[in-house]
Design a protein around this ligand. Sequence first.
Ligand SMILES: Nc1ncnc2c1ncn2[C@@H]1O[C@H](COP(=O)(O)OP(=O)(O)OP(=O)(O)O)[C@@H](O)[C@H]1O
Length: 587
Amino acid sequence: MTQTPLVRLLRYGKPYQVQILGAIICSTFRTLFDLAPPYLIGVAVDVVVEQEASLIARLGIQDPLTQLLVLSILTIATWGLESLSQYGADKLWRNLAQTLQHELRVDTYNHLQGLELTYFEDRSTGTLLSILNDDINQLERFLNFGAQDLISFFTRVFAVGISFVLLVPGIAWFAMMPIPFILWGTFLFQLRLAPRYDTVRDQAGLISDRLSNNLSGIATIKSFTAEAYESDRVYQESEAYRRSNGRAIALSVAFQPLLRFFILLGFVLTLYLGGREVLQGQLSVGTYGFMVFIVQDLLWPFTELSEIMDEYQRAMASVRRVMGLLDTPAAMPSGHHRLPLTTIRGEVQFENITFAYNNRNPILKNLSLYIPAKATVGIVGATGSGKSTLVKLLLRFYEVQRGRVLVDDIDIRDLKLLDLRQCIGWVSQDVFLFHGTVAENIAYGSFNATVEEIIQAAKLAEAHEFIQELPQGYDTIIGERGQKLSGGQRQRLAIARAILKDPPILILDEATSAVDNETEAAIQKSLAKITQNRTTIAIAHRLSTIRNADCIYVMDKGAFVEAGTHEELLAINGLYANLWRVQSGIS
Ligand SMILES: Nc1ncnc2c1ncn2[C@@H]1O[C@H](COP(=O)(O)OP(=O)(O)OP(=O)(O)O)[C@@H](O)[C@H]1O
């Protein structure tokens, strides 16, 4: 990647190039008008000293009083225009900052959402949050003020530099001598500062990780009385952040005195060499006075350079992180084959699949499974044997390394990802509910559902009764991750959500593990009706849950070791029969 972060940011702002150009022009004019007072004072002195022979007189206005009046009007106009361009620059830059940060945040989130699951498993929420929030806010700050400062700096230096060369060409080089050194020093300073700010941003991500982790695990922290331990860990992370910032600050503040030294050099050189020329009679006293005065205007902005660069590097460290995220390719390409909900049959086939997470040992080995359309299969097996992994492969959360997964005889890699996932209802092992009302959570994914449909789904999931007892019924806010509900209640909302979706393929992964036996029996009765018309894969440890399945598969270490109906498996008298005996208390 050869493009600098700034170029990338500007390219990102391409649709807003008119506003950006407008903002740059306003900032430039604001600075130019801001520079006018010394020149206006010079002209005023010229009027009162030279009177009829002044600069303004040469324009045809002889009367000194009229000249002063013209000058006053000019001054008022300059101030007015300065205020106007300041207003334009502020408005444009601030709005641009808002628009760009908004677009960048939304785009980054949309891109992030499209990344595959392994991406999220390898990263923590805190880091991603810090990119979406802090880094993008950092950009907003830079665009609000930093960009204006940068333009103002360049405009000042160029404008004053040019007028210096035009007015006193023989001496301008005295004052300008330090500029190449300053620019070279700034370049070196930038090179060294950039990695320090990268570290600062990374450290900000780590502290955000720690905080988000701790806040979500607050109950565990309290139950293990780990408050002091966690306080210490937060302290350590915060301290590391402080130290990394300290390293950036150490470099940043050292640059300012260095700059001042070079500026002083330019000033003293002008003072001394210019003064010597006056003494030798080669320079007029007036020019010398003006030169000493203007050299400050030329060199003084350089003292702000360190602050501007500091702001710039901070922002660019953030841009690098945001762009890094935007550059991450979505490694799970969607196929093109459509699978409309109206025509899908719901036949599912795993054909000799082998799968390993991140090139570890295979979890599933050469496994095959055929589920006819509208059939119900149960999968049982030891914990960690690969049951959940199997259904996640059907959802195409991960890619199989060998073999194929087919829906209606089409390889799911060829299917449009959206179509594939729309035809599957997944009640996962760990239910996730969003902060919002009960009704919103049930209707999640079926956003146009009517209240009646929501209530009907809740009734089928045996959830209606407890929902009615909640303070605001279906409008009760259930808290983040549904933490104001019990485990069994959360599961029932998740089942209701899947029922409402009415998918041709239904996956129930330990969907009723947290409900009591009586509720489970009631849910089973509803599910018997619901599963009649769709392909269902039910994973369960509690065998009563899957007892009535058309076929039950027993999984062990990533392979099926037994298959058949409940009765057939009991007759085999193998693993399943053994489990059944243990669970039903026969042995
Ligand atoms: N995202 C992941 N990354 C790496 N390994 C994983 C991941 N998810 C699961 N595993 C590993 O894959 C194996 C199978 O996990 P899986 O969740 O499929 O088992 P399971 O049969 O559903 O277990 P359980 O009955 O406990 O839910 C386990 O050894 C687990 O550690």
